[in-house]
Design a binder for this molecule. Structure first.
Ligand SMILES: *[C@@H]1O[C@H](CO)[C@@H](O)[C@H](O)[C@H]1NC(C)=O
Ligand SMILES: *[C@@H]1O[C@H](CO)[C@@H](O)[C@H](O)[C@H]1NC(C)=O
Ligand SMILES: *[C@@H]1O[C@H](CO)[C@@H](O)[C@H](O)[C@H]1NC(C)=O
Length: 176
């Protein structure tokens, strides 16, 4: 369920001409009998540093199968698809030791560093993402025009979408 949540998180400058910061996060459990969100919020950790925090308690499980859909949207007259649009088998993904370069890999590696997702299936008890902050190094391959974006993550188990997490962020150009 929940997994991930997000990425694109952001904040802070870190030697880049683009500065990104979170503006909002929304976590929605489509089937509350499976899990509940106890936390879903952005937290200011310091000057210019925003951390993303999510805690979901799993009410069923252990879960041995999960599917993730991640998509990135750019906002101008509504939301338009932007670069990332992918659905993959999360348990298979976490099982593999060598993985080729992909958006999935970059995002999941990033998330793994700041969550308790860093192991193979099954998942049980809870999913926690703590103070996930933007690390520009992870996303430098993306051509980021300034503007408003939304990263959407959906998670399914038993082939049924159980949760949707939307993370909104803004990219602004900075002059060095
Ligand atoms: C995302 O990819 C799927 C399958 O590859 C495709 O059917 C769908 O139209 C795409 N959606 C967007 C918003 O690009
Ligand atoms: C992922 O979900 C979005 C809806 O949020 C959908 O537009 C897209 O087609 C899905 N991508 C794939 C590859 O199925
Ligand atoms: C989990 O983290 C350890 C280091 O903390 C790393 O060696 C390992 O590859 C990670 N496992 C996964 C599945 O990402």
């Amino acid at each position: 369920m929940l997994f991930a949540f997000v990425l694109l998180l952001l904040v802070a400058e870190i030697h880049s001409a683009i500065q990104s910061r979170f503006t909002n996060i929304e976590c929605k459990m489509l089937d509350p009998s499976y899990a509940v969100y106890e936390q879903c919020k952005l937290k200011v950790l310091g000057r210019g540093i925003v951390g993303l925090n999510v805690k979901a308690t799993l009410k069923k499980g252990p879960f041995n199968n999960a599917k993730i859909n991640m998509s990135l949207w750019r906002k101008f007259n509504g939301y338009h698809p932007f670069l990332v649009n992918s659905t993959f088998d999360f348990c298979k993904y976490m099982d593999k030791s060598t993985r080729k370069m992909s958006y999935e890999k970059v995002l999941m590696d990033y998330l793994n560093k700041n969550s308790n997702l860093n192991h193979s299936c099954p998942y049980e008890d809870s999913i926690i993402i703590k103070n996930l902050v933007f690390d520009a190094n992870f996303f430098k391959f993306l051509p980021w025009p300034p503007g408003n974006y939304m990263f959407q993550l959906m998670a399914a188990t038993d082939n049924d979408w159980k949760t949707v997490v939307n993370v909104h962020f803004i990219n602004t150009e900075i002059n060095d």
